[in-house]
Design a protein around this ligand. Structure first.
Ligand code: SAM
Length: 216
C-alpha cells in the first residue's frame, strides 16, 4: 500500500507490487538505462567518497544503490509506496550494499520532517506524479548538501499532448493518478530558493535531466 494524500493522488494503485517486481527484474537484467546513467554520472562527478545519498520517490532505489557501489557511504530511499520495500532490499542485496541502504515510508512534502539531509539527492521521474511537484523539488533541494539530480517530462507540445491523452485514459479507467508536466523554470526557481543553481542539463525525446549544485 502507498500513503494517500494530495501529493500523489492514486499512487497506491499506480505504484504497487507488480510494477516494483517488474522494475527489479528489468534492473537485474539490463542495469541502469541511459537517463539513469547520466544522472548517476552527474551525481558522482564531484566524488562520492563518504557521501550520503537520498533517493526521493526512489522506488526500488537503483540509483542510490549505484552511488553506494561507486563509493558513497549510506543511502536512503524515501517512498510513498510500501510495495517497493522488499524489492529495494533485494536489489541492495544483489549489488552488495544491503547494510548501507535503508527504506523510509514517507511523503516528503507532508511528513518528511524526519528525513535527513544528504550530500547527494536523487529525484528521478517523481515530480511528474504530483500536482505539487514544484514543492516536492523544493523539499528535496532543502535536504541537498551538495548536488541534486532530477528528471521530469519535457514541456514540449508533443509531450504535453501525450500526457493529455494519458490522463484522459486514466480518467476513462476511473483511476485517480495523473501525470503533470511542470514548468522547468518553476522547478529551477524552487531549487534556487534553497540555494541550488543548475549545473548540468540534458534533454531526451521525453525526459529532461538536470543537476543542481549548492551555491550557498
Ligand atoms: C514514476 S515512479 C519513479 C520511481 C523511481 N524514481 C525510478 O526512477 O524508477 C515515482 C515514485 O515517486 C513516489 N513519490 C511520489 N511522490 C512522492 C513523495 N511526495 N514522497 C515520496 N515518494 C513519492 C511514488 O510513490 C512512485 O514510486
Amino acid at each position: 500500500m502507498a500513503r494517500g494524500g494530495g501529493c500523489c493522488d492514486g499512487c497506491d494503485a499506480m505504484f504497487g507490487e507488480k510494477g516494483a517486481r517488474r522494475a527489479l527484474a528489468r534492473y537485474l537484467k539490463h542495469g541502469l538505462g541511459g537517463e539513469e546513467s547520466t544522472l548517476a554520472g552527474w551525481a558522482s562527478s564531484g566524488g562520492l567518497e563518504g557521501a550520503t545519498v537520498l533517493e526521493v520517490g526512489g522506488g526500488i532505489g537503483q540509483l542510490q544503490a549505484e552511488l553506494l557501489r561507486r563509493g558513497a557511504s549510506t543511502g536512503t530511499i524515501v517512498e510513498l509506496s510500501a510495495a517497493y520495500e522488499p524489492f529495494a532490499a533485494e536489489l541492495a542485496a544483489a549489488v552488495g550494499v544491503a547494510g548501507r541502504s535503508s527504506f523510509v515510508l514517507a511523503d516528503l512534502t507532508a511528513d518528511g520532517d524526519d528525513v535527513p539531509a544528504a550530500d547527494v539527492v536523487v529525484l528521478r521521474r517523481v515530480v511528474c506524479c504530483s500536482p505539487r511537484g514544484v514543492e516536492l523539488l523544493g523539499a528535496a533541494a532543502a535536504r541537498t548538501r551538495r548536488v541534486l539530480v532530477a528528471s521530469y517530462p519535457r514541456r514540449s507540445w508533443w509531450v504535453r499532448a501525450v500526457v493529455r491523452l494519458q490522463n484522459a485514459g486514466f480518467a476513462l479507467l476511473r483511476r485517480e493518478f495523473r501525470v503533470y508536466v511542470h514548468d522547468p523554470a518553476a522547478l529551477a526557481a524552487a531549487a534556487g530558493a534553497e540555494g541550488l543553481t543548475r549545473s548540468r542539463h540534458g534533454r531526451g525525446v521525453v525526459w529532461e535531466s538536470v543537476a543542481f549544485a549548492r551555491s550557498r
